[in-house]
Design a protein around this ligand. Structure first.
Ligand code: ADP
Ligand code: ZN
Ligand code: ZN
Length: 801
C-alpha cells in the first residue's frame, strides 16, 4: 500500500500539516511527490500537493486520492524542499509557499455543484433537476432554488459537491501542412485546372517548403492567395489541418537583432574573472558586483551567462519589476534568442503559464524576470544574477514574506553555483557582508563612455524662499530647463512622492520633528492631528511654530505631479511634457508607450515619480532635476537615508549616458544631510561608512536583525490587548541581548477598518526565534480562527509601515 502525504489547499493554520491519503492501486506508479491531486476533505473535494510518499500510516479509515491533476510533478524535489524551508523561515503556511512558486494559472478554482441523491424518489426535485443528475450552484441560485435545496440537503436528498477546476488552459492553433510526398505533389500540380493558377501557387510553395506548417491566414499571405483557395485544397485532401499546442508569446513578432559580446575593458575583465572560474568549478560563491551606473554590469551578466550555457547549464536573472522594460528584455533576447523566457507581472495569466511551461520542458535556459522568477523550475542552474540587488521590490510584502536574495542563496547552495548581486548602490547589508568577506566584492568605478559621472548641483530651497522665489522650481533648475528646451535636449524631472504629506517641516529652516527616543521622524496623523513615533509609540502635538527658529511656515510637506505639470504649463508653455505616475500608467503597456514616445523625442520633459528613476537609457537626456530630495528622508523608517541616497544616485545616472554630458540639479531643504551630500558627490563608500555609524548607534541592521509583528482587528481594544500580550509573550522568551519595542500603533493605524498595532524585535542572535514565533502563532490560533484577529510576522522587514 502506498500512502501520500498531502498538503491541502486550505489556507489555515489548523490544516497546515500533512494529511494521509491512500493512493489507489491504478495510480501507484503514476502519483509522485510534487504533483497536484484531488482529494476528499470533509464533505468537500479539494486540491492538494503530494509532499511525500510512504508505506504505512497511523490513520485508520484512510481516504483515497480521487485523481491526480498532473501528468508530471509541478514541483520537483528541490522546489518541494525550498517550499518547506520558505514556510519555516518566513512562518507561512506550506500551501502558500507551494503556491507562490507556481504560476497563478495553476491555482485551483472551485466550482460548486448540487447533486441529486434521492434516486428519483422525491418528485419535488424533478422540477429542479429536469432529468439531470446535478445542476450548478450558480444556476440554483439564479433560479431561486437554494433555500429549498438547503432543506433537502439536511435530509440527504441532495449533496453539494466541489469540483476542482484548473484555470490553466493551453492554447492550441490549427496549422495547415501538406501530407503529400514530392512526387505526389508534382503529379497533383498537373491535375490543377488551368483556370486555377492560385492553387498551383500554393502547391508550389509546399514543393519548395515541404516541412512548412502554418495557420491559414499566414499561409494565405505567404503564398499570395485567398483563404478560399486553401479551403478548396483542404477539401481535396491535398492539404491537411491539425491542432497543435501553441505558446502565447508576448514577444512574438518582435525582431531581435543578434548582438555579439563586447570585448571587455580591463576593469570588466578583472571583475568577470572570478565569476567565470566559479562557474567552471561549480563553486557556490556570492559576488557583489559594485559598479557605477553605466560601468557595463549588464555585459558582465551576459558573458557570465554565456559561460554557463557553454557548460550546458541554466541561468536566472532577476530584474526589478519596473526595469523590466523592453529595452532590458531586448538585451537578453538579442544575445540568447529563443533560449530566454521572460516572467513579469505585465504578462497575462496565460502568458505567464506558457513561459513557465517552456521552462519545464527545457526549451528555455535563461529566465529573466521579476521577484518570483527566482522559483523558475530550472534543474541545472549554473548562475543566479540579481540586478539592482538593493531594490525593495525583491521582498514580497505578502505571505510568504520572502526576500528573493535569500531564496537565491538557498538555491545556489543546492546547485553549487555562483550568485552575482549587482548594484551601483548596494544595500548596506550586502556591502557589509562583502566587507566581512562573506561575499566577494567586485568593483567597477568607470563609466563605459569614459565620461565622468554627471555634475550634481545641490540647491538649498530655503535660500530660494528667502530670495522671494515661491515656485517649486529653483532659479537654477528653471534656467537649465529653458536652456535644454532651446538646445532641443531632454530633461527628466523626478518628484519624490513617497512620504507625501506624512511629515511636518519648517519651510524656513528645514526643521523636521524627531522622536526623542528613536532618532526617527515623527509621522503626522491627520485623524488625531498628532505627531507619533511608530517605533516606540511616543506622541506629541503638532507645533504651531517651528521650535528651532520660531517661524510659522511649518506645515505638511508635498506636492503632486499634476501640480508640477500645471506649473510647467504656465511657466514653459512651449514645452512638451510627459507625466508618468500611478495615475497615468494604469493601463497595460502605458508605461512602455510613454517611455517609447519619450525615446522618440516626442517630448522635452519626462516628469514622474520613483518609477522613472531606473532603466532609462536615452542619449538625449542631459538634465535631471529632483524637485524634492527630502521627502523620503523623513519617512519613519531607519532606511530613509539609504533609500534617499539610492534614489538620488540612480536618477542622476540617467543623465549623460552617451555622447552628451549630463547635469543634475537636486532641490532640497536639508542640503547638509549626509545622504544628499554624498549622493551629490556620488560617493557610495563614504555614505556607507557614515550610515553604518548611524545604524550602529541605533542598533539597526546590519548590526541587528529585526522581526516585525503586526496585529490587526476590527476592534481597537482587541487589537491593542493582543499586541500587548504578544509583546509580553516575546519579552519572556527572548534572550537578554534582544530588545522588544512596542506595542505601538502602526504608521497607518487603520486599514480597511482594521486597527493595527505592531511590535518590533531587535536581536543579534536568537537561534530559537522562529520556533518561538511558531509557538506564539499557535497560542493565538483560536483567536485568529474564530475572532478575526490577524497576526503577521515579517522576518527582516523591508517596510516598517
Ligand atoms: P550598467 O549595467 O552598469 O549600467 P551597461 O551594461 O548598461 O552598464 O553598459 C553601459 C553601456 O556600455 C551599454 O550601452 C553597453 O552596451 C555598453 N558596453 C558595456 N560593455 C562594453 C564593452 N566592453 N565595450 C563597449 N561597450 C560596452
Ligand atoms: Zn524653522
Ligand atoms: Zn520613538
Amino acid at each position: 500500500m502506498k500512502i501520500a502525504n498531502v498538503i491541502v489547499d486550505i489556507p489555515a493554520m489548523q490544516t497546515d500539516k500533512y494529511f494521509d491519503y491512500r493512493i489507489p492501486e491504478k495510480w501507484e506508479t503514476a502519483i509522485q511527490p510534487g504533483m497536484r491531486v484531488i482529494v476528499p476533505f470533509g464533505p468537500r473535494t479539494i486540491q492538494g500537493f503530494v509532499a511525500g510518499i510512504k508505506d504505512r500510516s497511523e490513520v485508520k479509515n484512510l481516504r483515497e486520492i480521487i485523481a491526480p491533476q498532473d501528468l508530471a510533478p509541478v514541483l520537483n524535489a528541490e522546489l518541494l524542499a525550498l517550499g518547506d524551508w520558505l514556510a519555516k523561515e518566513t512562518l507561512c503556511l506550506k500551501i502558500s509557499a507551494y503556491q507562490a512558486m507556481l504560476p497563478a494559472a495553476m491555482k485551483a478554482k472551485y466550482e460548486k455543484r448540487i447533486k441529486r441523491q434521492d434516486g428519483g424518489a422525491n418528485p419535488f426535485l424533478d422540477e429542479v433537476f429536469k432529468g439531470h443528475d446535478e445542476i450548478s450552484w450558480k444556476e440554483a441560485q439564479q433560479k431561486g432554488f437554494l433555500p429549498f435545496l438547503q432543506k433537502e440537503a439536511k435530509n440527504g436528498s441532495v449533496e453539494v459537491v466541489y469540483e476542482v477546476k484548473s484555470k490553466a488552459n493551453k492554447k492550441t492553433v490549427r496549422l495547415i501542412f501538406c501530407p503529400l510526398s514530392k512526387d505526389e505533389l508534382e503529379k497533383r500540380m498537373e491535375e490543377v485546372p488551368k483556370n486555377a493558377p492560385k492553387q498551383k501557387q500554393v502547391l508550389q510553395f509546399f514543393l519548395e517548403n515541404p516541412d512548412a506548417k502554418m495557420a491559414s491566414p499566414e499561409l494565405a499571405e505567404t503564398a499570395g492567395v485567398s483563404r478560399a483557395v486553401i479551403k478548396t485544397l483542404l477539401e481535396k485532401g491535398w492539404l491537411e489541418e491539425k491542432q497543435e499546442e501553441s505558446y502565447r508569446d508576448p514577444y512574438a513578432g518582435r525582431q531581435f537583432q543578434k548582438s555579439v559580446p563586447h570585448a571587455l575593458t580591463a576593469e570588466q575583465k578583472q571583475a568577470i574573472g572570478p565569476v567565470l572560474s566559479a562557474v567552471r568549478e561549480n563553486r557556490n560563491e556570492t559576488f557583489l558586483l559594485f559598479g557605477v551606473t553605466g560601468s557595463g554590469k549588464t555585459e558582465i551578466y551576459l558573458q557570465s551567462i554565456q559561460e554557463v550555457l557553454n557548460q550546458g547549464k541554466e541561468a536566472i536573472v532577476l530584474v526589478p519589476e519596473i526595469s523590466l522594460t523592453p529595452q532590458m528584455v531586448n538585451r537578453f533576447k538579442s544575445r540568447f534568442g529563443k533560449d530566454v523566457a521572460v516572467l513579469h507581472s505585465g504578462l497575462s495569466v496565460g502568458e505567464k503559464y506558457d513561459e513557465w511551461r517552456k521552462i519545464t520542458r527545457k526549451e528555455a535556459k535563461v529566465v529573466v524576470g521579476a521577484r518570483s522568477a527566482i522559483f523558475a523550475p530550472l534543474e541545472n542552474l549554473g548562475i543566479i544574477i540579481i540586478d539592482e540587488e538593493h531594490e525593495n521590490s525583491y521582498k514580497q510584502e505578502d505571505n510568504p514574506r520572502y526576500h528573493a536574495r535569500d531564496v537565491a542563496l538557498f538555491r545556489s547552495k543546492n546547485h553549487h553555483c555562483p550568485v552575482i548581486l549587482g548594484s551601483a548602490t548596494p544595500s548596506l547589508e550586502s556591502f557589509a557582508r562583502a566587507q566581512k568577506g562573506v561575499y566577494t566584492l567586485l568593483k567597477m568605478g568607470k563609466r563605459m563612455n569614459n565620461h565622468p559621472l554627471p555634475e550634481v548641483s545641490i540647491v538649498d530651497m530655503r535660500e530660494e524662499l528667502r530670495a522671494g522665489n515661491r515656485s517649486m522650481f529653483s532659479r537654477e533648475l528653471f534656467e537649465k530647463l529653458k536652456d535644454r528646451l532651446e538646445k532641443k535636449q531632454q530633461t527628466v524631472l523626478l518628484l519624490n512622492k513617497r512620504g507625501y504629506s506624512s511629515f511636518v517641516m519648517c519651510r524656513d529652516c528645514g526643521y523636521v520633528q524627531q522622536c526623542p527616543n528613536c532618532d526617527i521622524s515623527l509621522t503626522y496623523h491627520r485623524s488625531t492631528n498628532e505627531m507619533k513615533c511608530h517605533y516606540c509609540g511616543y506622541e506629541t502635538f503638532v507645533p504651531a511654530t517651528c521650535p528651532e527658529c520660531g517661524s510659522s511656515h511649518i506645515r505638511y510637506f508635498g506636492t503632486g505631479t499634476q501640480k508640477v505639470e500645471e506649473e510647467l504649463g504656465r511657466l514653459l508653455p512651449e514645452a512638451h511634457v510627459i507625466r508618468m505616475d500611478v495615475d497615468t500608467t494604469g493601463h497595460k503597456g502605458a508605461h512602455e508607450r510613454m517611455l517609447q514616445s519619450f525615446a522618440n523625442g516626442e517630448a522635452d520633459i519626462l516628469l514622474g515619480t520613483q518609477m522613472i528613476a531606473k532603466g532609462l537609457d536615452f542619449p538625449n537626456i542631459t538634465l535631471v532635476g529632483v524637485l524634492n530630495a527630502d521627502t523620503m528622508l523623513h519617512l519613519p523608517d531607519f532606511r530613509a537615508s539609504e533609500k534617499t541616497f539610492q534614489l538620488l544616485t540612480q536618477v542622476s545616472g540617467r543623465a549623460g549616458r552617451h555622447q552628451l554630458e549630463g547635469e543634475v540639479v537636486v532641490q532640497t531643504y536639508t542640503p547638509e544631510h549626509y545622504s544628499i551630500q554624498f549622493a551629490g558627490e556620488q560617493d557610495y563608500e563614504r555614505f556607507y561608512r557614515q550610515e553604518m555609524r548611524m545604524r550602529k548607534v541605533g542598533a539597526y541592521p546590519p548590526f541587528y536583525y529585526l522581526t516585525l509583528i503586526t496585529v490587526s482587528h476590527e476592534n481597537v481594544m482587541k487589537a491593542m490587548s493582543a499586541a500587548e500580550k504578544i509583546a509580553g509573550f516575546m519579552r519572556n522568551r527572548v534572550s537578554g541581548g534582544s530588545v522588544i519595542l512596542g506595542p505601538s500603533a502602526c504608521p497607518v493605524p487603520r486599514v480597511k477598518n482594521r486597527y493595527r498595532y505592531q511590535c518590533l524585535i531587535k536581536y543579534k542572535r536568537e537561534p530559537r526565534l522562529n520556533e518561538t514565533l511558531s509557538v506564539l502563532l499557535e497560542h493565538f490560533q483560536h483567536q485568529i480562527a474564530s475572532e478575526g484577529l490577524s497576526i503577521a510576522v515579517d522576518v527582516n522587514p523591508n517596510m516598517m509601515m
